[in-house]
Design a protein around this ligand. Structure first.
Ligand SMILES: Nc1ncnc2c1ncn2[C@@H]1O[C@H](COP(=O)(O)OP(=O)(O)OP(=O)(O)O)[C@@H](O)[C@H]1O
Ligand SMILES: [K+]
Ligand SMILES: [Mg+2]
Length: 676
């Protein structure tokens, strides 16, 4: 499960964020955020008026100008602080990763002999040997041997994992430690491009690019800012025509209150925090875009075994067919499983032991093991005496027996279907032309998975279960788990066909995978979540990697993505609605300043025109830090359709956005009015 590796907020992170808030005042950096850049320019203009009064021809009191200057400065600092705080955790994490990335000495194989070289000199294709107790010097694939590896440096999980040559558990990560045995590793990354390097630049946010959604929103905010600038600039000559003198600091205050500073100040913090939430969940997103895309997902493709079910498909019964008897099925099932290292194969031998059944393992001596393959859906052994033993999916074994010229027992289909209808997987056991019986493999649907699919449905996400299993088993599990659709007897390449079909209908698709044959589909999916235990090819094709290798995490990742989009929408609504109240506080005040008879406009009954302006400005500034917790944690997440969500958000954050500042400004005014 996810481990919180770095505490949410520490004193150090806060201290560093405060310092960063000042560094971020650098106008070159500020320009990337047009809304806050306008506030910064306004701050400088007011400062100039304090230093060189009269330069602009209007005369506000120096006290008022200094107050406006300070409030504006804090507005910018608060926005910078929000961003710096969101970045802080990542930076702290990057520091600890960098520490773990010390120089390692590698045992490189050069021309048959071992040569010690620094790990920084390793290139793609180099072969190294790693012994017990040593650090693995770079990312790679095990090409020989088996070892248990402590990967806690990257996963935070202290229990070591087994890595072995061939298959889906062959990839190793540089900076992890071999705790037992010895492996030969082929390096798969050049210096600076390793998994830890990528992790560091990710958590540091060095390569954080704005997502398409963020860019669109930024454009909207910039446009709004431009419109209000034009409004405010043209207001001055119009007012002068009416003989109303509006001073520059008052106009700047008006401008700052009207432009969407709340969302402008919190926008990047929301994005960073979203990525951070995914990271804290022990999922590594290669880009912010991937996190956002997961919030927009329409279709999710899930494996049956291990994702929807526990995946420890266990042999639970031997069922004879035709003229066979229980003991014979069991014996041949066992002979066909002696070298089968899959959980299914091992469980056959365990069931033998449990039931006290005997068989003669020496029959298998010298035989040629036939490994299980998803393509053939069979495994077995070719014995030295020429007999061939097979076990596998019923239709696969039936075809194989037919090709050997054998007959198919009458009761095979009915007994196989009976197992499948219960959600089990029947494996037929055959020797040459004879089918002796079935192995009943039991798997259990994970508790609570039905409720999660129910939630996904409410969010408008369609779930499709893909399985290599037969249609009957698939249908039973699909019904039990409550998925919307399923594909049975699917081969890995079928996934890519499903993804393309859904995408052609304009849907965004998410999937998980771990094998090399999953790589094309992982690349094709809009969100591809690879398992850290999986192959290098799968991890490179995906845009997310789950360090805990739990495929069902896809469901939570989608929820986090949705929450990110929701938080951004909610705060944008709140920010824009806010401006309505500020407008009613400031505009009447400005005019009452010039024409006292207009005090009837003072609908909010604020103390004085000047205190009204200052109160609106103070509210505008402090709402940013007040909303930082919400921006970082995300709005409370509820599973519902986007249309309903929009309605609810408009009600809560739209209406709230109008009401809250009326109360806030009124309260601030009560204090400010006493002061001036
Ligand atoms: N060790 C094995 N020996 C023989 N046959 C097997 C073995 N493991 C599985 N099978 C058969 O092959 C079929 C396909 O297995 P595979 O692992 O490819 O898919 P799956 O696990 O059923 O589906 P998924 O993992 O995609 O949900 C299984 O349904 C089963 O009938
Ligand atoms: K504002
Ligand atoms: Mg499988």
């Amino acid at each position: 499960m996810a481990t919180a590796r770095t505490k949410l907020l520490t004193g150090d992170i806060v201290k560093r964020a405060i310092a960063d808030s000042f560094l971020k005042l650098n106008p070159v950096k500020m320009m990337k955020n047009p809304v806050m850049f306008v506030v910064e320019v306004g701050t400088l203009v007011v400062l100039l008026m304090i230093v060189a009064p009269g330069f602009f021809g209007s005369e506000s009191s120096i006290g008022f100008n200094v107050t406006v200057f300070l409030i504006l400065l804090f507005t910018v600092l608060f926005a910078n602080f929000a961003e710096a705080l969101a970045e802080g955790r990542g930076k702290a994490q990057a520091d600890s990763l960098k520490k773990s990335k010390q120089e390692i000495t590698a045992n490189k194989i050069v021309g048959g002999t071992v040569k010690q070289v620094p790990s920084t000199e390793l290139r793609k294709g180099d072969i190294v040997v790693v012994e017990q107790g040593e650090m693995i010097p770079g990312d790679g694939e095990v090409i020989e041997g088996l070892a248990s590896v402590d990967e806690s440096a990257i996963t935070g999980e202290s229990a070591p994992v087994i890595k072995e040559a061939g298959g889906d558990f062959s990839s190793v990560t540089g900076g992890t430690r071999v705790v037992s045995d010895r492996i030969t590793v082929k390096i798969t990354s050049d210096p600076g491009e390793s998994f830890i390097d990528r992790m560091i630049s990710l958590v540091e946010g060095a390569k954080r690019q704005k997502t398409p959604n963020e860019i669109a929103l930024n454009t909207l905010l910039t446009t709004l800012t431009l419109i209000f600038m034009i409004v405010v600039v043209t207001l001055a000559p119009m007012a002068r025509y009416l003989n109303i003198e509006l001073t520059v600091p008052v106009l700047i205050s008006l401008l700052v209150c009207l432009i969407p500073t709340t969302i402008g100040g919190l926008l990047s913090a929301i994005g960073i925090a979203g990525m951070d939430r995914v990271t804290r969940f022990n999922v590594l997103a290669m880009s912010g875009k991937a996190v956002e895309a997961s919030g927009d997902i329409n279709t999710m493709i899930l494996d049956k075994t291990g994702t929807i079910t526990f995946g420890n498909r266990m042999a639970s019964e031997f069922v004879p067919v035709g003229t066979g008897d229980g003991a014979t099925v069991a014996a041949w099932a066992a002979v066909g499983s002696v070298k089968d290292e899959t959980p299914e194969g091992r469980s056959v031998l365990e069931l033998m032991k449990k039931e006290g059944l005997a068989y003669d393992p020496s029959i298998a001596t010298g035989g040629e093991f036939i490994e299980f393959k998803a393509e053939t859906r069979m495994s077995g052994i070719d014995l030295q005496d020429g007999r061939k033993v097979r076990k596998g999916a019923v239709d696969a074994v039936r075809k194989w027996v037919a090709s050997q010229g054998g007959a198919i027992p009458d009761d095979l289909e009915a007994k196989g279907d009976a197992i499948a209808r219960e959600g089990g997987t029947p494996l037929a056991v055959a020797v040459d032309g004879t089918i002796y019986g079935l192995i009943y493999l039991k798997d259990t649907v994970k508790p609570g998975i039905k409720e999660r699919f129910e939630q996904l449905r409410k969010m408008g996400v369609k779930t499709i279960m893909c399985t290599g299993d037969n249609p009957l088993t698939a249908a039973t599990i699909a019904r039990e788990a409550g998925v919307d659709d399923f594909i049975a007897e699917s081969k890995p390449e079928d996934k890519i066909a499903v993804i393309r079909r859904e995408q052609a209908e304009g849907k965004l698709v998410a999937m998980t995978g771990d094998g090399t044959n999953d790589a094309p589909a992982l690349a094709q999916a809009d969100v591809g979540l690879a398992m850290n235990s999986g192959t290098v090819a799968a991890k490179e094709a995906a845009n997310m990697v789950d360090l805990d290798s739990d495929p069902s995490k896809m469901i939570e990742v989608v929820a986090i993505g949705k929450q990110l989009l929701m938080t951004r929408g909610a705060l944008t609504t709140f920010s824009i609605a806010n401006d309505v109240a500020k407008y009613f506080a400031i505009i009447p005040a400005m005019f009452t300043l010039a024409i006292p008879e207009m005090s009837a406009l003072n609908v909010m009954n604020l103390g004085s025109p000047l205190s009204a302006i200052l109160s609106a400005l103070v509210f505008n500034a402090i709402i940013i830090p007040l909303l930082i917790p919400l921006a970082m944690k995300g709005v409370k997440y509820k599973a519902m359709s986007s249309a309903k969500l929009l309605q609810r958000n408009l009600l809560v954050y739209g209406l709230g956005g109008i009401v809250v500042p009326f109360i806030g400004i009124k309260l601030i005014d009560l204090v400010v009015h006493v002061w001036i």
